[in-house]
Design a protein. Structure first.
Length: 205
């Protein structure tokens, strides 16, 4: 038992912790779905995007003292908005998300300049634009994340992340039709984002 406790202490001491500060632009989209059909003319989906921004801070820790495997967790802010096309020039439907993420990172190469990422992100709306439907919908979204980073110079990395929802925002209003034979519309809002980021790593242990 004593040997096991000593081993755990040594293992914990070998862990390297890094503060990751990141920010950058992102390509975003907001898609309306009613009864399973996408409203393309109101909120066109890919390849139509708008350019927004994101920023955040993560803590990165090594797993079992391995340099090629680590986990990152932390908070971020992510602005997403609908695409502007000839169909909706005057509509700017946007949402600001406060997100909590967990990422598993793997460095496949010996020089360790490239890092692959996979994880999840829980997002809660804290801001909405004039044309957003925040009050009528559940205010959270659950995304999966796939990303890659490249070490550019010393503590500076560049990368990209693709975020797509596993659980999307759904209608929570109590509005029903006066005709009992007409079923209630099932409305959903789906957002997604392609993030470009610059990361500054600061060793804290």
């Amino acid at each position: 038992m004593v040997i096991y406790l000593i081993w755990c202490v040594n293992l914990s001491a070998q862990k390297k912790r890094t503060l990751e500060l990141f920010a950058g632009p992102n390509l975003t989209n907001v898609q309306h779905i009613v009864n399973g059909e996408k409203l393309f003319f109101t909120t066109p989906e890919r390849p139509f995007y708008t350019i927004n921004y994101h920023f955040g801070a993560f803590i990165n820790e090594g797993i079992f003292a391995k340099e090629d495997l680590s986990i990152s967790y932390g908070l971020s802010f992510d602005k997403r908005a609908s695409a502007n096309t000839s169909f909706n020039k005057l509509i700017d439907e946007g949402y600001g998300f406060l997100g909590s993420s967990v990422l598993l990172k793997y460095k496949p190469l010996k020089n360790r300049n490239i890092c692959l990422e996979i994880g999840t992100k829980f997002q809660y709306i804290i801001h909405n634009s004039k044309y957003a439907y925040l009050k009528a919908f559940k205010n959270f979204e659950f995304d999966y994340i796939i990303g890659i980073q490249y070490k550019l110079w010393k503590n500076i990395h560049i990368g990209t992340r693709f975020l797509e929802p596993l659980y999307i925002m759904r209608d929570k209003s109590n509005l029903v039709s006066n005709d009992p034979n007409v079923p209630k519309d099932i409305s959903q809002i789906k957002t997604h984002s392609v993030e470009l980021l610059i990361v500054y790593n600061l060793k804290i242990r």
